[in-house]
Ligand binder design. Structure first.
Ligand code: SF4
Length: 259
Protein backbone atom coordinates (compact mmCIF):
# COMPACT_ATOMS: atom_id res chain seq x y z
CA UNK A 1 0.00 0.00 0.00
CA UNK A 2 1.28 3.45 -0.85
CA UNK A 3 1.97 5.43 2.32
CA UNK A 4 3.29 8.80 3.47
CA UNK A 5 6.37 10.25 1.81
CA UNK A 6 7.48 12.78 4.45
CA UNK A 7 9.18 11.41 7.56
CA UNK A 8 10.07 14.67 9.30
CA UNK A 9 8.45 17.99 10.19
CA UNK A 10 10.99 20.08 8.27
CA UNK A 11 12.22 18.58 4.99
CA UNK A 12 14.66 19.75 2.36
CA UNK A 13 15.89 22.11 1.18
CA UNK A 14 15.53 20.71 -2.31
CA UNK A 15 16.21 22.48 -5.56
CA UNK A 16 13.41 22.62 -8.10
CA UNK A 17 13.60 24.29 -11.50
CA UNK A 18 10.22 25.94 -10.96
CA UNK A 19 10.52 27.07 -7.32
CA UNK A 20 14.29 27.35 -6.81
CA UNK A 21 15.60 26.40 -3.35
CA UNK A 22 12.61 25.11 -1.40
CA UNK A 23 12.12 24.04 2.22
CA UNK A 24 9.02 22.09 3.25
CA UNK A 25 7.04 22.07 6.49
CA UNK A 26 4.93 19.01 7.28
CA UNK A 27 2.44 19.88 10.07
CA UNK A 28 0.92 16.41 10.01
CA UNK A 29 2.38 13.25 11.63
CA UNK A 30 5.68 11.84 10.39
CA UNK A 31 4.33 8.29 10.44
CA UNK A 32 0.76 8.63 9.15
CA UNK A 33 -1.71 10.81 7.29
CA UNK A 34 -4.52 13.12 8.44
CA UNK A 35 -6.66 14.87 5.84
CA UNK A 36 -10.21 16.11 5.39
CA UNK A 37 -10.01 14.79 1.80
CA UNK A 38 -8.86 11.38 0.61
CA UNK A 39 -7.96 12.20 -2.99
CA UNK A 40 -7.53 9.39 -5.49
CA UNK A 41 -4.21 10.91 -6.56
CA UNK A 42 -2.76 11.75 -3.11
CA UNK A 43 1.01 11.28 -3.09
CA UNK A 44 0.81 10.54 0.64
CA UNK A 45 -1.49 7.54 0.04
CA UNK A 46 -5.04 6.93 1.25
CA UNK A 47 -6.31 7.92 4.72
CA UNK A 48 -6.90 4.21 5.41
CA UNK A 49 -3.21 3.88 6.36
CA UNK A 50 -4.18 5.72 9.59
CA UNK A 51 -2.74 8.72 11.44
CA UNK A 52 0.27 6.85 12.88
CA UNK A 53 1.46 7.07 16.49
CA UNK A 54 3.60 10.23 16.55
CA UNK A 55 0.77 12.80 16.46
CA UNK A 56 1.15 16.28 14.98
CA UNK A 57 4.23 18.35 15.94
CA UNK A 58 3.66 21.03 18.59
CA UNK A 59 3.99 24.70 17.70
CA UNK A 60 7.17 24.81 19.75
CA UNK A 61 8.68 21.82 17.94
CA UNK A 62 8.02 23.41 14.54
CA UNK A 63 9.55 26.70 15.69
CA UNK A 64 12.68 25.08 17.19
CA UNK A 65 13.27 22.74 14.24
CA UNK A 66 12.83 25.51 11.68
CA UNK A 67 15.15 27.85 13.57
CA UNK A 68 17.81 25.12 13.75
CA UNK A 69 17.45 24.39 10.03
CA UNK A 70 17.69 28.09 9.12
CA UNK A 71 20.84 28.44 11.25
CA UNK A 72 22.42 25.39 9.57
CA UNK A 73 21.55 26.77 6.14
CA UNK A 74 22.97 30.20 6.98
CA UNK A 75 26.18 28.63 8.33
CA UNK A 76 26.52 26.63 5.10
CA UNK A 77 25.98 29.77 2.99
CA UNK A 78 22.80 28.37 1.42
CA UNK A 79 20.05 30.48 -0.10
CA UNK A 80 16.29 29.95 0.16
CA UNK A 81 13.55 30.93 -2.29
CA UNK A 82 10.42 29.35 -0.87
CA UNK A 83 9.08 27.77 2.31
CA UNK A 84 6.07 25.54 1.62
CA UNK A 85 3.53 24.09 4.04
CA UNK A 86 2.71 20.70 2.54
CA UNK A 87 3.01 17.19 3.87
CA UNK A 88 1.20 14.10 5.05
CA UNK A 89 -2.26 15.63 4.90
CA UNK A 90 -3.97 18.98 5.25
CA UNK A 91 -1.78 21.58 7.07
CA UNK A 92 -4.70 23.79 8.13
CA UNK A 93 -6.03 20.93 10.30
CA UNK A 94 -3.14 21.57 12.71
CA UNK A 95 -4.78 22.92 15.92
CA UNK A 96 -2.31 25.84 16.11
CA UNK A 97 -2.03 26.53 12.39
CA UNK A 98 -2.40 30.32 12.72
CA UNK A 99 0.24 30.59 15.46
CA UNK A 100 2.62 28.32 13.51
CA UNK A 101 2.20 30.53 10.43
CA UNK A 102 2.98 33.60 12.53
CA UNK A 103 6.16 31.94 13.89
CA UNK A 104 7.26 30.89 10.39
CA UNK A 105 6.68 34.39 8.99
CA UNK A 106 8.76 35.88 11.84
CA UNK A 107 11.64 33.42 11.37
CA UNK A 108 11.53 33.90 7.60
CA UNK A 109 11.87 37.67 8.05
CA UNK A 110 14.76 37.17 10.48
CA UNK A 111 16.80 34.64 8.45
CA UNK A 112 15.68 34.66 4.79
CA UNK A 113 13.60 37.82 4.20
CA UNK A 114 13.56 37.23 0.42
CA UNK A 115 11.95 33.77 0.71
CA UNK A 116 8.23 33.44 -0.03
CA UNK A 117 5.93 31.46 2.26
CA UNK A 118 3.39 29.23 0.49
CA UNK A 119 0.61 27.04 1.85
CA UNK A 120 -0.81 24.16 -0.19
CA UNK A 121 -4.30 23.59 1.19
CA UNK A 122 -7.40 21.66 0.13
CA UNK A 123 -9.60 24.69 1.03
CA UNK A 124 -11.90 22.74 3.38
CA UNK A 125 -10.91 24.73 6.48
CA UNK A 126 -10.68 28.13 4.78
CA UNK A 127 -14.04 29.15 6.27
CA UNK A 128 -12.67 28.92 9.83
CA UNK A 129 -11.79 32.44 11.04
CA UNK A 130 -8.27 31.61 12.30
CA UNK A 131 -7.38 29.58 9.19
CA UNK A 132 -8.79 32.31 6.94
CA UNK A 133 -6.71 34.92 8.80
CA UNK A 134 -3.53 32.80 8.56
CA UNK A 135 -4.03 32.12 4.86
CA UNK A 136 -4.29 35.87 4.27
CA UNK A 137 -0.90 36.45 5.92
CA UNK A 138 1.21 34.17 3.69
CA UNK A 139 2.67 35.16 0.32
CA UNK A 140 1.02 32.36 -1.67
CA UNK A 141 -2.12 30.63 -0.45
CA UNK A 142 -2.60 27.87 -3.01
CA UNK A 143 -6.10 26.50 -2.58
CA UNK A 144 -7.53 23.39 -4.18
CA UNK A 145 -10.64 23.23 -6.36
CA UNK A 146 -10.59 20.13 -8.59
CA UNK A 147 -14.20 20.19 -9.76
CA UNK A 148 -17.11 22.57 -9.39
CA UNK A 149 -19.60 19.73 -9.99
CA UNK A 150 -20.58 17.85 -6.81
CA UNK A 151 -20.54 14.34 -8.26
CA UNK A 152 -17.02 14.62 -9.70
CA UNK A 153 -15.72 16.58 -6.69
CA UNK A 154 -16.83 13.78 -4.39
CA UNK A 155 -15.33 11.04 -6.59
CA UNK A 156 -11.92 12.71 -7.03
CA UNK A 157 -11.42 14.33 -3.62
CA UNK A 158 -13.50 11.93 -1.48
CA UNK A 159 -14.14 14.45 1.34
CA UNK A 160 -14.42 12.91 4.80
CA UNK A 161 -17.46 15.08 5.63
CA UNK A 162 -20.65 14.19 3.76
CA UNK A 163 -21.54 17.90 3.80
CA UNK A 164 -18.45 19.04 1.92
CA UNK A 165 -19.53 20.23 -1.53
CA UNK A 166 -17.97 22.54 -4.13
CA UNK A 167 -20.54 25.30 -3.50
CA UNK A 168 -19.26 25.69 0.06
CA UNK A 169 -15.62 25.70 -1.05
CA UNK A 170 -16.33 28.30 -3.75
CA UNK A 171 -18.18 30.49 -1.21
CA UNK A 172 -15.20 30.31 1.16
CA UNK A 173 -12.69 31.12 -1.60
CA UNK A 174 -14.75 34.14 -2.71
CA UNK A 175 -14.11 35.66 0.72
CA UNK A 176 -10.43 36.11 -0.18
CA UNK A 177 -11.46 38.90 -2.57
CA UNK A 178 -9.08 37.66 -5.24
CA UNK A 179 -6.10 37.30 -2.89
CA UNK A 180 -5.64 33.57 -3.46
CA UNK A 181 -4.28 31.12 -6.01
CA UNK A 182 -6.56 28.27 -7.06
CA UNK A 183 -4.96 24.95 -7.89
CA UNK A 184 -6.80 22.38 -10.04
CA UNK A 185 -5.56 18.95 -11.07
CA UNK A 186 -6.83 17.78 -14.46
CA UNK A 187 -7.55 14.10 -14.25
CA UNK A 188 -9.70 11.25 -15.53
CA UNK A 189 -9.98 7.57 -14.88
CA UNK A 190 -12.05 4.98 -13.12
CA UNK A 191 -12.47 4.17 -9.45
CA UNK A 192 -14.83 1.72 -7.76
CA UNK A 193 -16.56 1.08 -11.06
CA UNK A 194 -17.25 4.80 -11.67
CA UNK A 195 -15.71 6.73 -14.57
CA UNK A 196 -14.80 10.34 -13.98
CA UNK A 197 -13.26 13.07 -16.11
CA UNK A 198 -12.91 16.70 -15.06
CA UNK A 199 -11.74 17.76 -18.54
CA UNK A 200 -15.16 17.53 -20.24
CA UNK A 201 -16.87 20.67 -21.56
CA UNK A 202 -19.41 20.61 -18.73
CA UNK A 203 -16.62 20.36 -16.13
CA UNK A 204 -14.53 23.13 -17.69
CA UNK A 205 -17.59 25.41 -17.97
CA UNK A 206 -18.37 24.83 -14.28
CA UNK A 207 -14.75 25.49 -13.30
CA UNK A 208 -14.70 28.67 -15.40
CA UNK A 209 -17.84 29.86 -13.64
CA UNK A 210 -16.21 29.13 -10.26
CA UNK A 211 -12.99 30.95 -11.22
CA UNK A 212 -15.05 33.94 -12.37
CA UNK A 213 -16.77 34.05 -8.99
CA UNK A 214 -13.54 33.63 -7.01
CA UNK A 215 -11.41 35.92 -9.24
CA UNK A 216 -8.14 34.35 -8.01
CA UNK A 217 -4.75 36.01 -8.59
CA UNK A 218 -3.96 32.96 -10.68
CA UNK A 219 -5.11 29.44 -11.47
CA UNK A 220 -2.51 26.64 -11.46
CA UNK A 221 -3.31 23.62 -13.62
CA UNK A 222 -1.36 20.42 -13.24
CA UNK A 223 -1.65 16.68 -13.69
CA UNK A 224 -0.53 13.60 -11.78
CA UNK A 225 3.21 13.40 -11.53
CA UNK A 226 4.07 10.66 -9.06
CA UNK A 227 2.73 7.30 -7.95
CA UNK A 228 -0.95 7.47 -6.94
CA UNK A 229 -2.81 5.27 -4.41
CA UNK A 230 -5.65 4.60 -6.87
CA UNK A 231 -4.95 2.68 -10.04
CA UNK A 232 -6.52 3.47 -13.40
CA UNK A 233 -5.87 7.21 -13.27
CA UNK A 234 -4.88 8.88 -16.51
CA UNK A 235 -2.24 11.58 -16.72
CA UNK A 236 -3.38 14.56 -18.79
CA UNK A 237 -0.61 15.61 -21.18
CA UNK A 238 1.14 18.97 -21.07
CA UNK A 239 -0.34 19.79 -24.50
CA UNK A 240 -3.86 19.15 -23.25
CA UNK A 241 -3.22 21.18 -20.08
CA UNK A 242 -2.11 24.07 -22.31
CA UNK A 243 -5.27 23.74 -24.44
CA UNK A 244 -7.43 23.85 -21.31
CA UNK A 245 -5.40 26.78 -19.95
CA UNK A 246 -5.92 28.71 -23.19
CA UNK A 247 -9.66 28.15 -22.96
CA UNK A 248 -9.64 29.82 -19.52
CA UNK A 249 -7.16 32.51 -20.57
CA UNK A 250 -9.50 33.57 -23.39
CA UNK A 251 -12.05 34.31 -20.68
CA UNK A 252 -9.64 36.56 -18.82
CA UNK A 253 -8.38 34.07 -16.20
CA UNK A 254 -4.63 34.12 -15.52
CA UNK A 255 -3.46 30.49 -15.73
CA UNK A 256 -0.13 28.81 -15.09
CA UNK A 257 0.47 25.24 -16.26
CA UNK A 258 2.72 23.14 -14.05
CA UNK A 259 3.77 20.06 -15.94
S1 SF4 B 1 -6.04 17.22 -0.04
FE1 SF4 B 1 -3.88 16.88 -0.46
S2 SF4 B 1 -3.14 15.71 1.32
FE2 SF4 B 1 -5.36 15.60 1.34
S3 SF4 B 1 -5.87 13.73 0.28
FE3 SF4 B 1 -5.92 15.37 -1.24
S4 SF4 B 1 -3.89 15.42 -2.12
FE4 SF4 B 1 -3.74 14.25 -0.24
Amino acid sequence: MQTVIFHSTIYGPIHSRRLGMSLGINLMPNDGKICSFDCLYCEAGFNAQGPGKDGVPSRDTVKKQLKRKFEEMKAAGQTLDVITFSGNGEPTLHPEFKKVVEDVMRLRTQYFPEAKVSVLSNSTMAGKPDVFAALQKVDNNILKLDSALPHTFRIINRPVSPNCLPEGVIADLKRFNGQCIVQTIMIRGEFDGQRFDNTTDAELDALLDAYRQIQPREVMLYSIDRKTPAENLEKVSKEELERIANRFRKEGIKVQVNA
